[in-house]
Design a protein around this ligand. Structure first.
Ligand code: ATP
Ligand code: MG
Length: 299
């Protein structure tokens, strides 16, 4: 019963029509209006992880569909922890996690989707992007000086560059879905107050110090610009075939549950059946069994 309610809850966070989207209407503190408490959510997460693993076992042998999950968020919103928990039950052979960092010289020598295309999941696999091509309309939009390093021809870095990039991203994702890759995009929506709390925890706990970088503090001062860039990105690229999930992320236990449910729902929508052997293959299997049994009697 709870599972059904949670599946229903997903609709609150799934954005498929950008025109109507307003980030302000999404509360980072939301936990689904009390449908689940933390304990129940943790049990449902464990169940979701098991179901995701079973679905991946179906996805893999078909080697037809692929699933791409994109994670975007402000620092300390919980991307790493969410990926770790949600994917914890899945066979590592069927998943690849890629973290996109500041582009290096080879990457900057190409168009911005070049490095993205190289990391797309193969058919039958799940690809997880920790940051993605969206950085090109988020951090680069907030820090326009980053564009210089991209050495675009002068005529092509004008005022309409963000609009054009967003249109190109939309077209790229449309193309991927027409090629059999499901595209899910998650924005882990954390509040500035919660981020501050988590930064202080990182500073207070020597075991977490490594997670802190000085630039995290300066990025905070651009919060409004980032939120504007996120809103524009979601408005321009949310579509039924490539939805955004605006996940309330002030409570990690709730964010993780929403993410796993979204992945499970996407894979369930494929109605994958276990691979059935064709008659000639079944005969070959029977022959193999005979040979092994004969070997057993002579050995
Ligand atoms: P953590 O949450 O652990 O800090 P992270 O994802 O922030 O993880 P970092 O190594 O701290 O990882 O940061 C990667 C940095 O790379 C981010 O600041 C991000 O904005 C930046 N980045 C990623 N893609 C691009 C891009 N295309 N152009 C410029 N900067 C980028
Ligand atoms: Mg960081």
């Amino acid at each position: 019963m709870k599972r059904k309610q949670v599946a229903h809850l997903l609709e609150r966070y799934r954005v498929t029509d950008g025109a109507k989207f307003r980030l302000k209407r999404h509360d980072p503190d939301d936990t689904g209006g009390g449908i689940v408490d933390r304990k129940e959510a943790e049990a449902l997460l464990a169940d979701g992880v098991t179901r995701l693993s079973a679905l991946q076992e179906l996805l893999y042998p078909h080697a037809s569909w692929a699933l791409l999950c994109i994670f975007q968020a402000m620092d300390a919103a919980g991307k790493d922890g969410t990926i770790k928990h949600v994917m914890s039950g899945v066979n590592p052979q069927g998943v690849e996690v890629t973290s996109f960092k500041v582009p290096g010289p080879e990457e900057l020598a190409h168009d911005f989707l070049w490095r993205i295309s190289r990391k797309l999941p193969e058919r039958g696999r799940i690809g997880i992007f920790n940051r993605s091509h969206y950085e090109e309309v988020l951090v680069v939009r907030v820090h326009k000086e980053l564009l210089k390093a991209q050495r675009l021809p002068e005529d092509l870095d004008g005022r309409r560059i963000w609009e054009h990039r967003l249109a190109d991203i939309g077209a790229f994702e449309r193309y991927l879905t027409r090629q059999g890759t499901l595209v899910l995009k998650f924005f882990l929506n954390v509040s500035p107050a919660e981020q501050k709390k988590r930064f202080i925890e990182r500073l207070d706990d020597p075991g977490k110090n490594w997670k802190f970088s000085a630039s995290d503090i300066s990025e905070r001062t651009h919060w409004e610009s980032y939120m504007h860039a996120y809103e524009e990105a979601i408005r321009a690229t949310a579509a039924p075939h490539a939805p955004w999930f605006v996940v309330p992320a002030n409570n990690k236990w709730f964010a993780r549950l929403v993410v796993v449910e979204a992945m499970v729902a996407a894979l369930e929508s494929l109605h994958l059946k276990p691979m059935e052997m064709q008659a000639p293959d079944r005969i070959r299997l029977e022959e193999a069994r005979h040979r092994l049994l004969e070997e057993g009697t002579t050995a």
